[in-house]
Ligand binder design. Structure first.
Ligand SMILES: NC(=O)C1=CN([C@@H]2O[C@H](COP(=O)(O)OP(=O)(O)OC[C@H]3O[C@@H](n4cnc5c(N)ncnc54)[C@H](OP(=O)(O)O)[C@@H]3O)[C@@H](O)[C@H]2O)C=CC1
Ligand SMILES: O=C(O)[C@@H]1CCC=N1
Length: 265
């Protein structure tokens, strides 16, 4: 019995890489991909075996579906006749509800929905997890343990997954966007690009580690950097003048709404 990943793109590979780095035996993980060169690449990088979809469906304990949301229904329809009774089907797809997923699978199939993020690649992922109608607590726990191997994993009511997507699923992109903005601004101020990149990267890393300590709040950490009448106060006032906080609220609301929309059919 293996864990199968079907559709190994950005997110599927991040989880695969995280699991192998966490010490999972590559012999216990199979991948199902369309292109031969991708199969070779994954075999070389991680030592995992490629299997056809039917084989993944027949022999896996957990089958992770890592294709784009609009490809999920077709893939599940293809899988349904071969699916071993008891296999837990895990979807990574934004928006798609467990109810929709269940409609494309044999009655009684345990379905677990996961909203991961790409830092799983470096063992620092953040996943939200919800079980479907037929997922027993032990199924949800099995998936939680898999995702906990590549970072942190929380079980949440399914209706919260759209909002969770806006915070942690898409969240890394906001951080990379801020990093890009800081680098570009540093270059604008006359710093060499490699130096600006090193300064921004190490600053984000250090700030993230401070945030992760127990009992701290971002507001306090920010205040600690902000000397009265000093440089940071000027910078933060300018961010407020440009309504950056409001922009985040609007961006994340749009993200949540898109997730809801992806789930409507
Ligand atoms: N990227 C992210 O940060 C996050 C993504 N997600 C979710 O993860 C899922 C995947 O997203 P992402 O990894 O970004 O997308 P990618 O396009 O990078 O990966 C999707 C992969 O699915 C493959 N694929 C499509 N159809 C099949 C098939 N029939 N059989 C085998 N493989 C197939 C594609 O192969 P090919 O290369 O041949 O086209 C591609 O490699 C989405 O549902 C998304 O909502 C969730 C959280 C975060
Ligand atoms: O952009 C997307 O739709 C996916 C889901 C969360 C992050 N990336």
């Amino acid at each position: 019995m293996t864990h199968a990943i079907v559709g190994v793109g950005q997110m599927g590979e991040a989880i695969l890489s995280g699991l192998v780095s966490a010490g999972w035996n590559p012999a216990d993980i199979t991948v199902t991909v369309r292109r031969d060169e991708r199969a070779q690449e994954l075999a070389q990088r991680y030592g995992v075996r490629r299997v056809q979809l039917a084989q993944a469906a027949r022999h896996s304990e957990v089958l992770v579906v890592g294709v784009k949301p609009h490809d999920v229904a077709r893939l599940l329809d293809e899988v349904t006749n071969d699916l071993r009774k008891g296999t837990v089907v895990v979807s990574l797809a934004a928006g798609l509800t467990t109810e929709t997923l269940e409609e494309h699978l044999p009655g009684g199939t345990p379905v677990v929905r996961v909203m991961p993020n790409t830092p799983a690649l470096v063992g620092k992922g953040m996943s939200g997890i919800s079980g479907g109608r037929h997922a027993r607590p032990e199924h949800v726990e099995q998936v939680r343990q898999m995702m906990a191997a590549v970072g942190r994993a929380v079980v949440v009511p399914e209706h919260q997954l759209d909002a969770l997507t806006a915070v942690s699923g898409s969240g890394p992109a906001y951080v990379f966007y801020v990093a890009e903005a800081m680098v570009e601004a540093g270059v604008q101020l006359g710093l060499a690009r490699p130096l600006a990149t090193e300064l921004a990267t190490q600053t984000l890393l250090g700030a993230a580690e401070m945030l992760a300590r127990p009992g701290v709040h971002p507001s306090i950490l920010r205040e600690n950097v902000t000397s009265p009448g000093g440089t940071t106060a000027q910078a933060l006032k300018t961010l407020d003048d440009y309504r950056v906080r409001a922009a985040f609220a609007a961006a994340m609301e749009a993200c949540r709404d898109r997730s809801v929309e992806l789930g409507e059919h």
